[in-house]
Ligand binder design. Structure first.
Ligand code: PEP
Ligand code: MN
Length: 365
């Protein structure tokens, strides 16, 4: 998909991966000052400082952010840490105020990404402005909405774009505050080549324990940075108290994460190239086999048409699913993978045969 400037070209002076830290919400100038002080003492100065100024709360009556006043406190960050700041904008008025106070990077929250009207309003307010924008995934696992929000920004000339993976709400899975669905950020990277995705373990886990594990997985998958809510006194935070960590703990966590080397920067690696060639070859074989399989499927389709048989036959489907899954499991492939693979192949077969039926000349009796 569309080209855009990568984070390293945003002018942040990056050493990758990007680390964003700071409180869920700006609360008081003293709070901002104390967090900066501890970041400095711990030698844990992030590349970008986050603080929510306007808080989109699920229920009314929770702390809704300090508003414009808080933007003035960002001077404390600039002065003490000399790093850029980022905040969430949810409408055109927020954009105007954030730009007035020279916020360096904007982000769009999960509750806003779901709403194309709101995203478009923000995009219009940003038309012709040169500022990086990060877009959090929508609350629901809908890749199109996520891509759509990025496209709306790109269309008004914002080409410094990144995505933030903060997980997806799920009524049943209580292990996470927001379920990671790792295939989503990976798929975003597939459909928009070069799109960098920053992982937000704080909003995925919703608790302090487990943050490190999610952050490590994000790095293993090859995501491009971490956004971690950091507060000098997390238990007393005015929002998201359960998930925030101290600068000291952040330092410990970042130090123990195994950051993988992005392959692109590794230089020629003969062994890897060899293995990749082998995979290319196997993929070619797989495609040949699929082509052959679908040719047979088409013959079965013709036969079914001739004999007035239905395309879908549940007994056969059940037998195929069971026998292949069993075989797959005996070859150390997971049951879930086998089922998904078979569904996918079978769905395509049914579609092809149904199309054959629709498009074929009626059989003369
Ligand atoms: C936040 O970053 O504090 C926030 C409100 O995040 P999200 O939009 O991911 O819920
Ligand atoms: Mn938060």
């Amino acid at each position: 998909m569309k080209p855009h400037k990568q984070i390293k070209d945003w002018g942040l002076g990056l050493t990758s991966p990007l680390i964003i830290a700071g409180p869920c919400s700006a609360e008081t100038p003293e709070q901002i000052e104390q967090i900066c002080k501890e970041m400095k003492e711990e030698n844990m100065v992030p590349q970008l400082f986050r603080a929510g100024i306007w808080k989109p709360r699920t229920r009314p009556g929770s702390f809704e952010g300090v508003g414009e006043e808080g933007l003035k406190w960002m001077e404390i960050v600039r002065h003490n840490l000399n790093i850029p700041i980022t905040t969430e904008v949810g409408n055109a008025a927020h954009v105007e105020l954030a730009l007035k106070h020279k916020v360096d990077v904007l982000w769009i929250g999960a509750r806003t990404t779901v709403n194309p009207f709101a995203v478009q309003e923000i995009a219009e307010a940003l038309r012709g402005v040169d500022i990086p924008v990060m877009i959090k995934n929508p609350m629901n696992p809908d890749l199109e909405l996520w891509v759509g929000a990025l496209e709306r920004m790109y269309a008004v000339g914002i080409d410094k774009l990144a995505a933030i993976h903060r997980g997806f709400s799920d009524a049943y899975d209580k292990r996470f505050r927001n379920k990671p669905n790792w295939s989503m950020p990976i798929h975003l990277k597939r459909v928009w080549t070069g799109m960098e995705v920053i992982n937000d373990p704080s909003h995925i886990v919703g608790r302090r324990d487990g943050l490190q594990e999610v952050a490590q997985r994000a790095m293993n998958f090859g995501l491009d940075g971490l956004m971690i809510e950091t507060h000098h006194d997390p238990d007393k935070a005015w929002s998201d108290a359960k998930q925030q960590i101290t600068p000291a703990r952040l330092k410990e966590m970042i130090d123990s994460i195994d950051f993988k080397e992005p392959l692109e920067t590794m230089g020629p690696d003969e062994k890897l190239q060899d293995l990749r060639r082998a995979v290319d070859h196997l993929d070619d074989q797989l495609l040949d086999i699929l082509q052959e399989r679908f040719a047979v499927i088409d013959q079965i389709g013709a036969h079914k048409r001739e004999h007035h048989l239905t395309v879908f036959q549940s007994n056969r489907w059940k037998e195929v699913m069971e026998s292949r899954t069993q075989k797959g499991v005996s070859k150390h492939l997971s049951e879930k993978f086998m089922k998904e693979l078979l569904y996918c192949i079978h769905e395509e077969s049914v579609k092809r045969q149904e199309k054959q039926l629709r498009e074929a000349e009626p059989i003369k009796k």
